[in-house]
Write a protein that binds this ligand. Structure first.
Ligand code: ZN
Length: 262
């Protein structure tokens, strides 16, 4: 296994070079075909939007047992990258696999590039299927690794984002579709749309997120429970040792005195 990993960088480089040369060839071809396959949708931002939906919306949708319709832009079918993302196999910290052709990669970004180069034909592109386009409404910057700059709030941009946000609430959770849709509509406005304002200081995601029991927390709890009796046992034995030791000393000193008196 160790050997496997020491060869990993090299293997990855070979894969990458293979991909690169083949993609260079397809690029030339693509240019001839006037860049037919160019896709104007950021994979990274789409992933950010997906994370936000899973973290800050789906727990409530699941609780209401509500089924999001495909005409709602938040529906998984409306994410152009969904199929590829589901074909990512993360085996280890430094091991990513392509679920289509089983190639290995050292980092996720190389697998992303591989998808772009080799499996772009699997993308189901059609209008309105770019989750990244919803980033303004969903506050993606908060989950993406973007250096947060203190920029002045732009009222026009805030109004635009609020409008997009409200249209998502209306199309995904139409109030006339029953009480659970109504509740989710209300929640969506509070959770995502209220914060699109330059006045006031509403924060996004005010209704909370998915509660996760972290594995680290579990491990620490179990270890503590296991170690506690051991600590008690150690303290008990230690104190008993001291007591016995002092009794022994007393006995020795007593017998010494007796010998002297004789
Ligand atoms: Zn592949």
């Amino acid at each position: 296994m160790r050997n496997d990993f020491s060869n990993f960088n090299f293997a990855n480089l070979v894969f990458y070079l293979q991909d690169f040369t083949q993609s260079a060839a397809t690029r030339t071809l693509k240019q001839v075909k006037e860049d037919v396959h160019e896709i104007h949708c950021s994979r990274e931002r789409s992933r950010g939007a997906w994370t936000i939906i899973q973290e800050y919306l789906m727990p409530f949708v699941e609780k209401e047992r509500y089924r999001i319709l495909t005409r709602c832009r938040l529906h998984p079918d409306n994410d152009v990258y969904r199929d590829q993302e589901q074909h990512k196999i993360h085996k280890d910290t430094n091991e990513w696999r392509c679920g289509y052709c089983k190639k290995r990669f050292y980092e996720e970004k190389y697998l992303d590039r591989h998808f772009d180069n080799r499996h772009h034909n699997l993308l189901n592109e059609s209008h309105g299927r770019c989750l990244a386009d919803l980033c303004g409404a969903l506050h993606c910057d908060l989950v993406l690794d973007i250096v947060q700059r203190k920029t002045k709030c732009n009222p026009a941009a805030a109004a635009r984002n609020k409008h997009l946000c409200e249209s998502l609430a209306h199309s995904c959770f139409p109030v006339n579709e029953g009480p659970s849709a109504g509740r989710l509509h209300e929640l969506f406005l509070r959770q995502f749309c209220d914060a699109h304002t330059c006045t006031g200081n509403q924060k996004p995601f005010s209704r909370g997120h998915r509660k996760q029991i972290s594995i680290l927390y579990l491990v620490i709890s179990i270890l503590t429970l296991l170690l506690l009796p051991l600590v008690y046992l150690f303290v008990y034995l230690y104190q008993r040792g001291i007591k016995q030791g002092s009794q022994e000393l007393r006995r020795i000193s007593l017998s010494g005195r007796k010998k002297k008196s004789h």
